[in-house]
Design a protein around this ligand. Structure first.
Ligand SMILES: [Fe+2]
Ligand SMILES: [Fe+2]
Length: 173
């Protein structure tokens, strides 16, 4: 712990385990992780097919935006800082998730295996999130590097807004 690292006061972003403040990039990505986990949990409670479809669409959008900002910004910029194997596995896991999302998107909630596929996607994502956040994982290694994760956080945030508008069909012009 650096003794000079006093909180600016306005915002406290501290990790539960160490009490140390997370840089913005990590805070934002972890927040996405929590939000999508909550949506998967909410899905479990749904009965109506229209509600399932609407919520799945929200989950799919959130996951597409999140994986894309990691692939455009975090992963390439951390190449050389974070172990190659970890980053390679993260890309492969993203690809697996994208395939499953596409399969679900091609289905109707009334079909056999729809709920099962959503459930498995949730488990798959939760495994991936654990790997990113665990001690020695992508986030932990990134935090030990020299990249400015505060500035990266601003870029992640801007790109997230842009992609969310784009992928949800909203015109930004
Ligand atoms: Fe990821
Ligand atoms: Fe992530």
């Amino acid at each position: 712990m650096t003794a000079t690292q006093k909180s600016s006061g306005a915002k406290t972003r501290r990790t539960r385990r160490t009490g140390r403040r997370d840089p913005l990039a990590i805070t934002l990505l972890k927040k996405d992780h929590r939000e999508v986990a909550a949506m998967f949990e909410e899905y479990e409670q749904l009965e109506a097919e229209a509600e399932k479809l609407a919520l799945f669409n929200k989950i799919a959008l959130a996951l597409k935006v999140h994986t894309q900002i990691e692939e455009e910004i975090l992963y390439p910029e951390e190449r050389g800082t974070v172990e190659d194997d970890l980053l390679d596995e993260a890309y492969v896991e993203h690809d697996g998730a994208k395939k499953l999302i596409a399969e679900i998107e091609a289905m109707q909630p009334s079909e056999d295996f729809y709920d099962a596929k959503v459930k498995v996607l949730g488990e798959y994502i939760s495994h991936h999130v654990k790997e990113e956040e665990q001690p020695g994982g992508v986030f932990a290694q990134a935090k030990r590097g020299d990249e400015d994760l505060e500035a990266m956080g601003e870029r992640l945030k801007a790109r997230k807004e842009e992609l969310t508008a784009q992928l949800s069909g909203k015109k930004t012009s």
